[in-house]
Design a protein around this ligand. Sequence first.
Ligand SMILES: NC(=O)c1ccc[n+]([C@@H]2O[C@H](COP(=O)([O-])OP(=O)(O)OC[C@H]3O[C@@H](n4cnc5c(N)ncnc54)[C@H](OP(=O)(O)O)[C@@H]3O)[C@@H](O)[C@H]2O)c1
Length: 294
Amino acid sequence: MKKILIIGVSGLLGNKVYNLAKNDYQVFGTYNTHKPSIENVYQLDVTKRADVFKLIGNIKPDFVIDTHALHNVDYCELHPEEAWLVNVEGTKNVAEACKTFGCKYVFISTDYVFDGKKATPYTEKDKPNPLNYYAKTKLIAEEAIKILTTDYIIARTAVLFGVGGLGKEPFALWLVKKLKSGEEVKAVIDQYNNPTLVDNLAEMLLTLCEKDKVGLFHITGKTNLNRYEFSIKIAETFGLNKELIRPITTPELNQVAPRPRKVALDVSKVERATKLKALTIDEALNIFKQQVSL
Ligand SMILES: NC(=O)c1ccc[n+]([C@@H]2O[C@H](COP(=O)([O-])OP(=O)(O)OC[C@H]3O[C@@H](n4cnc5c(N)ncnc54)[C@H](OP(=O)(O)O)[C@@H]3O)[C@@H](O)[C@H]2O)c1
């Protein structure tokens, strides 16, 4: 049985990869601050280089799926040194350890590496131009990986939603709870992305590993929509009151870090490589609804 190490098994994506992989692989996981109650789980801070090498050297996994990040975009803007340490130095530590012990390295990047000025979906060949510090650290990490190892997958994704993980609640779940309790929420009408169900992303990542693919892949949902439209779709899927969702514009939010206005990623490369389909927002929300127990 092949071995997988999931860095960040306590997170939203890491937890989903764990659940999908546990019957077919020998799965190991790490957490940083939220200890999950599963077997073969270890505490690891990826900024501690010696610890990273020790763990990967002891397990010697076939694949390392690294979901760690400091991804609060505004926090990264205000704490650039910490963001650099976790997102760049931490990634370099894992990539180098993977190279040393002969593991395939899977890294998760972001659609925010683009500035959103292109009218059509971005392909893997388009030139990035990150607008905020979080995206800059992710792009620099991508470049470092390409230098440090050859057997890697870099997956750029966007607005993850789903069920699982012990950290901060993802937006979609937060919204469902707010609407259920009759609270008004605000959602921006001028930030467009392709929300991505973690189940779809996790399945594609495992398939890319299994097929021994290498390189950069865009992996998101199929539908490009703004946060307000996304929120309305969520309300409709769950039969909740959409009148509680108030459309606002980005300037009204006063966000610290700039965001691209409209980023859509072209997912045809990963669809060809995996023979799997990126889900439309309606398909993804219907799966999500079945998983939510409130
Ligand atoms: N969420 C999104 O909308 C989105 C969009 C685009 C890209 N991404 C990327 O997708 C990946 C997964 O996102 P997610 O939403 O699943 O994140 P998440 O739920 O916040 O999980 C992040 C995981 O990383 C771990 N971690 C954080 N700092 C660490 C450190 N210094 N050392 C080791 N582990 C550390 C956390 O551990 P503890 O919780 O135990 O501390 C947690 O398990 C990230 O790389 C993120 O940048 C996310």
